[in-house]
Design a protein around this ligand. Structure first.
Ligand code: MIC
Ligand code: SF4
Length: 644
């Protein structure tokens, strides 16, 4: 039987396990990426493994999240640690200013047919060139750097069949927003989204990457496009045609689900506060006053994206509306440099846009928080409540075209009213300058890894006790994000300091949570559907572990977070009957009697609510490896015990 692209990628990297949907398989990882906000922990874990040099084909350490810091040494400490460590262990180091990891990786390093594991949920961006790219916690990436396989549940493969061609003023962002409207933020859990059909050929690589990038918002394991002639042209223009190979689905390939999108029927779309799936047509909310417009992020910061915006201003002779504050963050040094050379940058500056560094910037709440109650239109991928840094800020997600129209008129405007659509051709040759990527040393013995006071040692997990008991410290609703658990913004600088960062846990919901958890000696968290969606930050497991949280009982979990919890010895458990969630109240004393025996024998896990005497059946779905990991108290304990 023929194979689809996703199956070809997984099967060609299979180390062990059965290639059967729903079963755990282990795959070989060719490349890894980290970024600074998750990287310090990943590398502390890598160091703890005692492997002298990375065993991957390529590993890159990017600095893009925390590039500028006001009044403090923490970021600079982290950067110096990352740079010296990269050199010693055989990792390429992409300096701050070189760009956002996903954009740079797509341009300079991704290879069709290979696998990439990254400690960032938007790692699937390079799926735009036919690569299997998966976001994971830092510990999983550390294991992959040490030559270990990555374990995943063999996913379902969904074919998104594209036909026709996009109309003027409609772009890739509108396609993925339309999919989010149809599938929701949990519609992709346990699935790979594969794009196919005659419409694929009409999309350039950066457009494909916008779509695969936001597959993360669908909760998908990853998203992938075939590697075809368009991919070849892109790699040729990046002077990397030697990295190209064809990867397309067989004619008789089968898929688990099918979704049809007629590109000609897609309209300009927008996601409303505070979820990427709260999508409507731009025309439905036209006329709403806009305070801020931000162009950039790993979703929409390519040369094409920024040139469209620049051209709209230049051709129409427009300026940024006096009541709008507009920022532009180019995705990479390559994008910024090319815009500078062809005057695209001057047109943006002349129009009144404020040019920020090539970095994540406002997307991770680093600057440009909206004014109180303000409306911010962003070409980004996430609009979770409070992520922008302003609790009552209203963040909308849209295409660069929609962002430009709003910046000009000061109100939400259908971009189709802007007249002639600028045609931005893909450059025949991108500007190549990799001087901000530093190759690792050939003599590791000469490199001293530098640690300042911000680099705190990793906290240790303890082995599982039988019969866990504790209070419900907090009861939460559906779609709790890892931003809700461990916020970014002003807390970002403590990513290398778990004791300090733990003070942020649930702070946006209950400012005293960490004190309560410590005073109670830990306890349970109760969650709804899709608990832990969003960012891959393993701190959302590490910090609760530090506070003594033993188990999260929820209706369902997001993939990366569930794996992170297991990695740090916290039990993710789901209700057999989701309605049981209603019977448990915050503050109830819970017990998991005979837990260890139930886990090891594959028996039923029972949850007792000592406050009302009720008892509930729980599921976990752990593989035998995960059961052993949980009992050992997390992956580091498990692998160390195994190595003895
Ligand atoms: C994000 O977009 O939420 C981040 C910040 O890039 C995270 C990683 C992190 O929290 O450091 C992600 O997407 O995984
Ligand atoms: Fe950076 Fe935003 Fe992309 Fe995360 S989503 S990697 S914060 S640009």
């Amino acid at each position: 039987m023929g194979k689809n692209v996703a199956q070809k990628l997984i099967d060609s990297h299979l180390v062990s396990g059965e290639a059967v949907q729903g079963k755990e398989v282990n795959i070989r990882i060719d490349q890894t990426i980290t970024q600074d906000a998750t990287g310090t922990m990943a590398y502390l874990q890598f160091e703890a493994m005692g492997v002298p040099r990375v065993k991957t084909k390529l590993s890159v350490s990017y600095v893009d999240h925390n590039t500028l810091q006001y009044g403090g040494f923490e970021n600079a400490d982290d950067h110096r640690f990352l740079q010296t460590l990269a050199s010693k262990y055989g990792i390429y180091f992409s300096r701050p200013g070189n760009g956002i990891c996903h954009q740079v990786h797509l341009e300079r390093f991704g290879v069709p047919g290979q696998t990439l594991l990254g400690s960032d949920s938007h790692t699937p961006t390079s799926g735009g060139i036919g690569m299997l790219c998966i976001g994971a916690g830092g510990l999983d990436v550390a294991v992959a750097m040490g030559g270990g396989a990555f374990s995943l549940t063999y996913p379902k493969v969904v074919l998104v069949n594209l036909k026709g061609k996009l109309k003027p003023w409609v772009s890739a962002k509108d396609i993925i927003l339309e999919l989010l409207r149809r599938m929701t933020v949990k519609g992709g859990v346990g699935k790979i989204i594969e794009y196919g059909g005659p419409g694929v050929a009409s999309l350039t690589v950066p457009e494909r990457a916008t779509i695969t990038n936001m597959g993360a918002e669908l909760g998908a394991t990853t998203s992938v496009f075939p590697s075809d002639g368009v991919t070849k042209d892109f790699l040729l223009a990046q002077d990397r045609v030697k990295d190209w190979s064809e990867l397309v689905a067989d004619a008789d390939a089968k898929y688990d689900e099918h979704i049809d999108i007629d590109l000609a029927k897609v309209e300009p779309m927008i996601a409303q506060p505070h979820m990427p799936d709260k999508v409507c047509k731009v025309s439905d909310i036209e006329g709403m006053k806009v305070d801020q417009v931000c162009v950039g992020s790993c979703t929409n910061s390519s040369y094409r994206d920024l040139m469209v915006v620049s051209d709209v201003f230049k051709k129409g002779g427009h300026k940024v509306h006096p009541e709008v504050s507009m920022t532009v963050s180019p995705g990479s040094k390559q994008v910024l440099d090319m815009l500078a050379l062809n005057k695209g940058l001057s047109h943006l500056i002349e129009a009144g846009a404020r040019i920020l560094e090539s970095a994540c910037g406002p997307c991770i709440g680093n600057g440009q928080s909206p004014p109180s109650g303000g409306v911010s239109l962003r070409t980004f991928n996430r609009n979770f409540e409070g992520r922008s840094g302003t609790k009552d800020g209203k963040v909308y997600l849209c295409s660069p075209e929609v962002a430009a129209a709003a910046a000009i008129y000061g109100v939400v405007t259908d971009p189709r009213k802007l007249g002639k659509y600028p045609k931005i051709a893909q450059p025949k040759k991108f500007l190549i300058d990799d001087s901000m990527v530093i190759a690792p040393t050939k003599d590791p013995s000469k490199v001293n890894v530098m640690r300042g006071p911000n680099i705190q040692p990793l906290p240790k997990a303890v082995a599982l006790a039988d019969g866990l008991k504790g209070k419900v410290l907090i009861k939460l609703g559906d779609n709790i994000t890892t931003d809700d658990i461990t916020p970014a913004g002003t807390w970002l600088k403590y990513r290398s300091n778990v004791p300090k960062y733990s003070e942020s846990v649930f702070s946006q919901i209950d400012a005293k949570f960490h004190e309560k958890a410590k005073a109670a000696g830990g306890g349970f968290v109760l969650g709804g559907e899709n608990y832990g969606q969003g960012s891959s930050r393993e701190h959302a497991a590490l910090c609760p572990m530090y506070l003594g949280i033993k188990a999260i009982v929820a209706k369902s979990f997001a993939r990366i977070h569930k794996d992170n919890l297991v990695n740090f010895g916290i039990l993710p458990l789901t209700f057999e009957n989701p309605a049981d969630y209603d019977a448990i109240a915050a503050g109830d004393e819970l017990e998991l009697p005979g837990l260890k025996a139930a886990l090891s024998s594959g028996g039923q896990v029972i949850l007792k609510d000592l406050a009302n005497g009720k008892q509930f059946k729980l599921k976990h779905g752990y593989s035998p490896r995960q059961v052993d990991t949980i009992i050992a108290g997390g992956t580091l304990n498990y692998t160390t015990a195994k190595a003895k």
